[in-house]
Design a protein around this ligand. Structure first.
Ligand code: AMP
Ligand code: ZN
Ligand code: FE
Ligand code: FE
Length: 273
């Protein structure tokens, strides 16, 4: 049985394979009542998703997942209830988009230096919006340069691999600030990768208001640890599947994660204060 809430999903606007309307219908079909869409560095899917959600009668929580990085590694910051039509936020996302293109082009250049004759056009063919490593990985698989997505990341694209290019344009603090400036609620995504207590404390000082406690491959120990951090700092505990669509590297089905029933109400209340 699927849960009734899922607050972390992706569409074709970033690296998901379902378009926004199809994702909303898939959620509806699984009995989900509240769906958060959190594409990487883009809100381009939200307009259609909101329309479709109204049509099929479920609630859509507008969101975004900003990619940030510092010397300790990558951090993803979810932003719920962002004012996705705000001019300044749009300009910020346009800038992120340009950075993503430059970064992906640099990865293609490095791959070619490594003797992998991948063209920029082959990567573009995989993408529909916010371009990133998943699209480069799919292009590598499609051209037969690697057998699998995993191989693409291990051999070339993963952090530390030879074609990896850091994003290094947005810091975790900058991501929190960008979401706040757009009236959204910043939430630390999948903290088992990056959520050291020191980092959480530091981001809370900068305005972090939530933490994604429930996430595929969080162990019961992780959940306890992050619930404890949530309590200590008064953070909203959220959760989601990080669903990218059928046939992707998605670890878990849509609606597969427990999400505290009051989390959406708490996020919305924070928006109004
Ligand atoms: P990007 O936003 O271009 O940095 O790409 C990030 C996405 O690439 C993540 O959301 C994952 O889906 C995927 N990814 C990153 N690292 C790995 C890895 N080591 N193995 C498989 N997928 C990865
Ligand atoms: Zn993704
Ligand atoms: Fe993420
Ligand atoms: Fe995600």
């Amino acid at each position: 049985m699927a849960q009734r809430i899922d607050l972390h999903t992706h569409t074709t606007a970033s690296d998901g394979v379902l378009d926004p309307r199809a994702l909303v219908r898939a959620a509806r079909a699984r009995g989900i009542r509240v769906l958060g869409i959190t594409d990487h560095d883009t809100v381009a899917g939200l307009g259609e998703a909101i329309e479709e959600a109204e049509r099929v009668g479920i609630e859509l929580v507008p969101g975004v997942e900003l990619s940030a990085e510092d010397s300790e590694g990558e951090v993803h910051i979810l932003g719920y209830f962002v004012d996705w039509q705000q001019q300044a936020f749009r300009r910020f996302l346009d800038w992120m988009h340009k950075m993503r293109i430059a970064r992906a082009q640099e990865m293609v250049r490095r791959l070619r230096e490594l003797g992998v004759p991948l063209s920029w056009e082959e990567v573009l063919r995989q993408a529909n919006g916010a371009i990133g490593r998943p699209h480069v990985a799919r292009a590598l698989v499609a051209a037969g340069h690697v057998r699998s997505w995993e191989e693409a990341f291990c051999r070339y694209l993963g952090r530390g691999a030879p074609a990896y290019v850091p994003s290094a344009h947005l810091t975790p603090e900058g991501a929190v600030e960008a979401i706040r400036a757009a009236g959204g609620i910043p939430v630390l995504a999948h903290p088992q990768r990056t959520g050291t207590p020191e980092r959480v404390a530091h981001l809370v000082e900068r305005g972090l208001r939530g933490i994604e406690v429930y996430y595929p491959d969080h162990t019961p120990g992780d959940v306890r640890r992050f619930l404890e951090l949530a309590r200590r700092y008064g953070l909203v505990a959220t959760g989601g599947s990080d669903y990218h669509g059928p046939g992707t590297s998605s670890k878990a089905p849509l609606g597969s994660q427990y999400v505290p029933p009051d989390s959406v109400k708490r996020l919305r209340a924070l928006r109004e204060t």
